[in-house]
Write a protein that binds this ligand. Structure first.
Ligand code: ADP
Length: 481
């Protein structure tokens, strides 16, 4: 019989996206469908999701729950893939201005425990067959803390045999709340502490998921190893070590129908056998950003949330090296006010070499990645990282820290790797501005040797991180359960 899988998540590209999670939730289910699985998605009824889906119709009136008077389970079709997705329509919880997690005042919504507790609760009740009599999953795949209560709610029903997988996309976000929020979550207090949702006197959605899911995955093999250590475990390393072999890493893929150097957003298409269009993309980006149109200066770009996680402070400190090399830097991102201001100041002080666009713009991200020579990803930690994978396909060499998924996907241009034609980018080890600076200089040196540079570009462009491979690994995991 066809295996039925329900993916529960808070974001999905292009309807609601704050980071790589949305890209994964959009691409993995269709890749599983191509393998013959019966897959549906469950999403909260955020404005972008309700507006972006087609043929939405009610499945079940759920009624007052989690503080909302009216909650209705809808089903409809996702754009692009046309896959069926359930949507939790709960206007009191989801119909708001602002970001998915954060209100217009910049603070997390004070009822996020209810908003995402409901997501896990509905997943559990779809699993039990109570909400849609026509479709019942064999396995619930929950993504990140937002959906991480699903396995715990499912465990409240001892007769329910549906398997669960939790994928950690970023362990730094754990969904932790004051203990008194537990009263709002329709969970019996007695059973749950301390081996459950309780975590250092608070409640943690992620911890509950880590304890109750049958299997845990994260989005790269290196990050799966790293999060068992205090340096990367964000306090949950002990819980993760206790799960032993139940934790594994499956690398994310890329949707090459969206990220390919013939996409509609870029100035001119190009191809691994003919890179002329890439030069046009670089000139177009320089013009767009009012940077001098120079072919000889390597153009470094950042497309990222601007946070300490991403090593953006280290990059700012390494900027003098980049300027000394005569290179250009273009930044597209939003995040910490101080980092945004740091990049703005750098652009104001060096208008010939630095340009900054503070904002979130999907089409611009394509133009940055296509137009650049180097993409900088100097993260302190990086569960998988998607932009370096996009950059590879566009012949834009990633300059990354050897950590998490970055370590698993970029091969450093050392003399040996150049010799054996394996190099696809630049890799440094220590989270120090000095290390980034040295690596930037090495990239600039290689850039002055166009033959060697193009060899690395071609190597980068033929890398294949397709979702089909990742989906095959997920299917193997599902079948083992
Ligand atoms: P994370 O999920 O930690 O933010 P990833 O590299 O996994 O990092 O995914 C980031 C995703 O968000 C990529 O698709 C990237 O293109 C996109 N992105 C990040 N910042 C911006 C921005 N300012 N404008 C457009 N897209 C962005």
């Amino acid at each position: 019989m066809t295996m039925r899988i329900l993916h529960a998540a808070a974001e999905i590209y292009p309807l609601v996206k704050t980071g790589g999670l949305a890209d994964v939730v959009a691409a993995l289910p269709p890749a599983l469908v191509r393998r013959g699985l019966d897959v549906r998605v469950l999403l909260p009824g955020l404005p972008g999701i309700l507006n972006g889906m087609t043929r939405l119709k009610p499945v079940m009136r759920i009624g007052p729950v989690f503080g909302a008077a009216v909650v209705t389970l809808l089903i409809g079709r996702l754009p692009d893939s046309g896959l069926l997705a359930y949507v939790i329509d709960a206007p009191f919880l989801y119909q708001r201005e602002g970001n998915t997690y954060v209100g217009p005042d910049g603070h997390d919504w004070s009822d996020n425990h209810r908003r995402f507790g409901l997501l896990g609760w509905v997943a559990a009740h779809i699993a039990s067959g109570e909400l849609d009599p026509d479709w019942r999953p064999d396995l619930v795949h929950a993504h990140d803390w937002h959906a991480a209560l699903a396995p715990l709610y499912m465990a409240q029903n001892p007769g329910l045999k549906t398997a669960t997988v939790l994928t950690i996309h970023n362990l730094a976000f754990q969904g932790d709340f004051p203990m008194d929020c537990l009263a709002d979550l329709a969970l019996p207090v007695s059973k749950l502490m301390p081996h459950g949702i309780e975590y250092h006197g608070r409640i943690s959605f992620m911890k509950a998921g880590l304890v109750y899911a049958n299997r845990i995955t994260t989005v790269s093999p290196s990050y799966a190893r790293e999060i068992r250590t205090p340096e990367f475990g964000c306090g949950l390393e002990g819980v993760l070590r206790d799960r032993g072999g139940d934790l594994s890493g499956i690398l994310n893929g890329v949707d090459y129908t969206v990220w390919n150097p013939d996409d509609p957003d870029i100035a001119k298409p190009y191809h691994v056998d003919n890179l002329k269009g890439k030069k046009a993309c670089k000139f177009a980006l320089q013009s767009e950003l009012s940077l001098p149109r120079q072919a000889r200066s390597p153009l470094f770009v950042v497309v990222s949330r601007l946070f300490l996680q991403k090593g953006m402070d280290l990059l700012l400190a390494a900027l003098p090296v980049l300027l000394r090399e005569g290179a250009q830097l273009a930044v597209l991102g939003t995040g910490d006010y101080e980092l945004e201001a740091g990049f703005r100041d750098a652009a104001a002080a060096n208008p010939e070499n630095v340009a900054v666009f503070i904002g979130y713009d999907e089409a611009m991200a394509h133009r940055f990645i296509a137009g650049a020579d180097v993409l900088l990803v100097p993260s302190r930690f990086e569960p998988c990282g998607l932009t370096q994978l996009y950059a590879l396909r566009y012949g834009t060499l990633p300059l990354v820290r050897r950590v998490g998924g970055l370590a698993d996907t970029v091969v450093d241009a050392t003399p040996e790797n150049l010799q054996s034609d394996r190099a696809s980018g630049f890799v440094f080890s220590d989270a120090l501005s000095r290390a980034i600076g040295t690596c930037i200089s090495e990239a600039c040196t290689l850039y002055r040797n166009p033959g060697a540079w193009q060899q690395v570009q071609r190597r980068a462009m033929v890398q294949n991180f397709s979702w089909d491979d990742s989906a095959a690994h997920y299917e193997t995991l599902y079948r083992s359960l």
